[in-house]
Design a protein around this ligand. Structure first.
Ligand code: SF4
Ligand code: SF4
Length: 101
């Protein structure tokens, strides 16, 4: 159930990554920050597309929402801040998962 909700959130977010956001996270080093990698923009971002998309690091695949052993980690990317996954966040809370934003 929790994985379904996270996948649903990812699906909603990905609709806006290119059309509305122009890959803000990859341009501004947010995606790989947790790995201690400072690439602003990421060297794999070409014309707002990830050129290693299918082989991108796990941290990129899990951005901006992922399940951790402490709860659900949600980075405040543009789509999240725009409220597009608010309903899913409520459902995650109803399942008694802690949310860290
Ligand atoms: S910041 Fe969020 S909406 Fe923008 S490209 Fe990254 S994950 Fe997608
Ligand atoms: S590897 Fe791809 S998904 Fe990850 S930060 Fe770079 S461009 Fe973005």
């Amino acid at each position: 159930m929790i994985n379904e909700l996270i996948n649903k959130a990812m699906g909603i977010i990905s609709e806006y990554c290119i059309s509305d956001c122009d890959a803000d996270c990859c341009k501004n080093g947010k995606t790989l920050k947790e790995l201690g990698v400072k690439l602003n923009p990421c060297k794999y971002l070409i014309n707002d597309r990830c050129k290693i998309y299918n082989e991108r690091p796990t941290t990129c695949k899990n951005y901006p929402i992922r399940l951790d052993n402490v709860g659900v980690i949600i980075n405040k990317c543009r789509v999240v801040e725009g409220g597009k996954i608010d309903e899913i966040i409520i459902k995650i809370k109803e399942l008694n998962y802690k949310i860290y934003m």
